[in-house]
Write a protein that binds this ligand. Sequence first.
Ligand SMILES: [Zn+2]
Ligand SMILES: [Zn+2]
Length: 333
Amino acid sequence: MVRFTVLASGSKGNSTVISGGRTRILVDAGLSCRELFRRMKLAGEDPETLDAILITHEHQDHVNGLCVTARKLGIPVYFTEATHRAWMRWLTPRRQMTYAEWLEQRRRQAAERQAGWQAEAGAAAEEGDFDEPEAGMAPESAARPLTEPSAEAAPDQPASLTDDPTWLPEVEYFQAGQPFSIGDIGVSPFTTPHDAADPVGFVFRAEGVRIGYATDLGYTPPNVKAQLKELDLLLLESNHDLEMLRDGPYPWAVKQRVLSRVGHLSNEAAAEFLTEDYDGHAAYVILAHLSENNNLPELARLTAERALSGRASLVANRLLLAAQHEPLAAIEF
Ligand SMILES: [Zn+2]
Ligand SMILES: [Zn+2]
């Protein structure tokens, strides 16, 4: 059986569990570990059975609970290399030191890890060379994440590991455009237009079921449209209502960012995709990453319903809304 459970969706945290065959993956870890576990239990999912965490991009609402969750469960985290590096840069405090000093500190920490951690698990985290830190960051990622108490880390790890805020039990890299598998689940990552280092969406395949996952994208370029075909379930961003955003409380610069080609998909843009490009194949369409300030669930639903109802062939599509504060009931195939 394939199961798809959205635990949370929106600018305060994103996380979804996908299981197929004997494999269970957490897509993004945007809630605290405690809250993730609470919601998983609420949704009938056992956190202990997760096999891996897969990250779309390094913005806070997608990685907030990543470290604590990965460490607690001792499971691998899958990133693109650029996303992993951006995430590490973001987590490593370096304001007081020069870049050279910071680099030296990273090398020293890597050496300590090598000495203190013989298991192969540490290998992927021991990258020696780092890019120059980025000059600026997007508003969504400007704040440092609320790191959770290090006491939550497994007590039997050497101190040097738990002191390093970027340490993960195991890191695996993937590349957009290159499908791979995690256990019984096939994963096809594709590039999305968004203001992060190397953001991706996914198509998952398990037991003959295809699931599309596309949030945090400024628009739907041809490569995204090409991926979101012949799906059994489509999770698509429907972030804001254009009018509400324009008239809403956000400062001008933030409005510009959300509206930009590397911002977020509006209700109207999602509707346009559903009308113009969507093949109508999915049994379920889930609208996701709804803004709490610049959208209303009824408005997002109405806009998408209108787009779908214009096409008589789409009667099988069930439209659902992912929420920020509670899990969506699991969808099973
Ligand atoms: Zn984002
Ligand atoms: Zn986001």
